[in-house]
Structures are given as C-alpha cells and as structure tokens.
Write a protein that binds this ligand. Structure first.
Ligand code: NAP
Ligand code: F7E
Length: 332
C-alpha cells in the first residue's frame, strides 16, 4: 500500500518541525513548503535534521502567492493538509496588522481554494488559536469550543476570520476541514521572542554568567501552557477523527508569566525578582488577561492526553537553552 501524503505549510516553524517528525515516525510521506529567506542557512534550521529521515521539502512557496500554493498542492496531491503557516506573534501583529491579516486570512483562503479545486477528498487542519477568545471566559473560569470569541489583537482577529472561513468551506462544499483551537504550546524550538523561550533562555544565560538581567513586559497575565510535542500529536488525531469538527487542545491549567519566571529561575535556585525588570515596550495595546482551556471534548473524542506537565515543560526548555549555550561556547 502506498504511503499517506501530508503537506505542511509553516514547516520551518516550531509546530511544523515537530509535526513533520511525528508524521515521519508514522510512516507518512511528508512534504513542506519553505519561504525564501535572505539568510539561506536559517530558512530550515528546525527541520534540516529530518531531510535524511525522509522529509521532502516540496519547494519554495508563500501563502500570499496563490500560484505557488496551487503548484505545490497539485504536485503533492496530499491526503492531509496542515495549515500551520502564519504571522504568529501577537504583539508584533500590532506593528504589522496588514501583513498579519493578509497571511493568516487571505493565505488560508488561498490554500482552501487550492484544496477545494485540486484535492477535495483530502483532510484539512487549520491552526486556530485560543487567542480568538480574547477576554471571554465561561462562568467556571474555562474557555471551550462553545465560548464566545471576541479577540483583542490583530492576530486574534485574523485567526477568527480564518476559523470562520474554514467552517464555511466545510459546510458549503462538504470538505473534511477541521479547526484545532490550540492553547499556548512551547518547546526548546519556540522562537526566542515568545515569553517562555525568552524566560528559559534568560534564566540559563544568567546562571552561566552570560547575562545580568532579563527585561519583560506584563508579568501578571495567565496562560495555559503545554508542550508542542504533545500538541502536534493532537493535530494528527484531529484529522483521523470520523468527522470534521472544532477541537480545543489545552493543558487545563493556567499559570502567570510570574509563575513561569519563578519555575525557570528556580531550576537554578535563583530568585527571579533579583533579575527580572519590566519595560513598557514589551506590553501590548490590549492584553488578553487569562487563558485556561477545557479540552475535555478532545480528550474523550480523540483519546488524547498530554505527556508533559508544566514543570516538565519548564525544565525541558531551560535545560535545552543551557546545553545550547554550552555547545556554542565549546565551538567558539
Ligand atoms: P511559528 O514558529 O511562528 O511558525 C510559523 C510558520 O509560518 C513559519 O514556518 C513561518 O515561516 C511560516 N510563515 C509565516 N508567514 C508565512 C507566509 N506568508 N507564507 C508561508 N509561510 C509563512 O509558529 P508555531 O508556534 O509553529 O505555530 C504554528 C501555527 O499554529 C501558527 O499558525 C500559529 O498561529 C498557530 N498557533 C500557535 C500556537 C502556539 O502556542 N505555538 C497556539 C495556537 C495556534 P518562516 O520561518 O519562514 O517565517
Ligand atoms: O505572550 C506576556 C504577554 O508572546 C504570552 C502565540 O503562539 O499563544 C502565543 O501568543 C504572555 C502575554 O504568547 C513578555 O503580554 C510578558 O500576556 O509568549 P507570548 P501569546 O501572546 O499568548 C497563542 C495561543 C497563539 O496563538 C500565538 O501564535 O506573556 N509577556 N513579557 C511577554 N510576551 C512576550 N512575547 N515578550 C515579553 O517580553
């Protein structure tokens, strides 16, 4: 029997790299789209180790370039499409709102059109986000599939528009198109300008004497943080479900940025209050104060459970940054 084929946009990102790894382990033929970077070495650093494990980089492409999307979808004729490509940074979405909207909304539409016209029997995964809820929260303190969505950032608005168009295509054209509503998920591969990676990197650097202080924004927002390795398993399960639907994926726990600092600096028996400073430049024009996801539906329907808890996530990130610094020092 021929292998199932998966096509991933956002292959070079945190989730794209873990998902490619997971699907290769499941014996898929995995294709990904890569964007052109002026610094060619950095365009596929997160996935370069997968090329000799069977990963096929389909070619250059961009969600904003329908001709490239059509060409790649026609070339691969995938059984499963994972749309992970996005401008994914919430604070930066206030600086580049039009690019964020174009990529996350029109880009999704470009891919949906290629899917609908070229391979409509494929299964389609959309990387939707808990940022779509904004500050809406149910009376028990959780957000779930039925919670109202009132986003508070250009990024959140873009993800809500894409979420709606995916549902609309599913209902209008009978497509197997599902939304994974994923709460924050992190890892050693998280971009260093997201708060968890910034804190993990900062704690490791301060402990090694490479840095004196760490400057952050709001320490009092709460997030529901899980591990990206666990969350890409859920993406795959969503496309194996017997019908397309919406699925919340979360740890069910909420911790403040302050809690994350406490745990990361605590790994070295350091007190974060001695090192962390605040700067308004890292604050947002409008903040999402608290996320805590109820993923009961997904856990039951998909038989999904996370392997990592909060302290294991923090340890994985801090220890990985420490190893990275030590390797760099040896190679210098
Ligand atoms: P990430 O590390 O920022 O990766 C984003 C990927 O999108 C990168 O490969 C990036 O390519 C690519 N991309 C950006 N603009 C593009 C464009 N115009 N055309 C094609 N590709 C483009 O994000 P992530 O954490 O892996 O997240 C994956 C997806 O899940 C995103 O859609 C994100 O919005 C969503 N999401 C993430 C979380 C989370 O907590 N991580 C939670 C909910 C939803 P370059 O590397 O070339 O820039
Ligand atoms: O911020 C606060 C900040 O940028 C988390 C994306 O993957 O998850 C992510 O979005 C919190 C916010 O992630 C700094 O104000 C304090 O309250 O790590 P973040 P995010 O905005 O929650 C959602 C679900 C996605 O879908 C997104 O793609 O941390 N914070 N000080 C800071 N945040 C940053 N980045 N930098 C700081 O210095």
């Amino acid at each position: 029997m021929s292998k199932r084929k998966a096509f991933i946009t956002g292959l070079s990102g945190q989730d794209g790299s873990y998902l490619a790894e997971h699907l290769l382990e499941k014996d898929y033929e995995v294709y990904g789209m890569i964007r052109r970077h002026s610094d060619a070495e950095s365009q596929d650093t997160r996935v370069v180790h997968l090329f000799d494990k069977g990963l096929i980089e389909a070619d250059y492409g961009d969600l904003l370039d329908p001709s490239s999307i059509n060409r790649l979808v026609a070339l691969v004729k995938p059984d499963e499409i994972y749309n992970l490509g996005a401008q994914s940074h919430v604070r930066i979405s206030f600086d580049i709102p039009q690019f964020t909207m174009q990529t996350n909304v029109v880009g999704t539409l470009n891919l949906l059109e290629a899917y609908r016209t070229i391979c409509p029997t494929a299964h389609f995964y959309q990387a939707s986000s808990s940022e779509m809820f904004g500050n809406e929260i149910d009376s028990d303190g959780f957000q779930r599939e039925t919670t109202a969505m009132k986003p508070v950032s250009p990024y959140g608005c873009s993800k809500l528009a894409a979420y709606c168009i995916v549902r609309n295509y599913r209902n209008s054209y009978g497509l197997f198109a599902s939304n994974g509503i994923l709460f924050n998920h992190e890892s050693p591969r998280r971009g260093a300008n997201f708060v968890t990676a910034k804190i993990a990197r900062g704690a490791a650097a301060i402990n090694l004497g490479l840095q004196d202080a760490l400057t952050l924004g709001n320490l009092d927002s709460y997030r529901d943080w899980g591990h990206a390795k666990d969350y890409v398993r859920a993406m795959h399960l969503i496309l194996q479900h017997h019908e397309p639907d919406e699925f919340v994926i979360s740890s069910k726990e909420s911790h403040s940025v302050r809690d994350f600092c406490h745990a990361a600096f605590g790994y070295y028996d350091l007190d974060y209050k001695d090192y962390v400073k605040q700067d308004p430049k890292f604050m947002r024009p409008e903040e999402l104060k608290k996320l805590q996801g109820d993923s009961s539906k997904s856990r039951k329907a998909l038989d999904w459970e996370p392997d990592y808890n909060f302290s294991e996530l923090v340890e994985d990130m801090v220890s990985s940054w420490e190893s990275r610094f030590k390797t760099e020092a040896r190679e210098a």
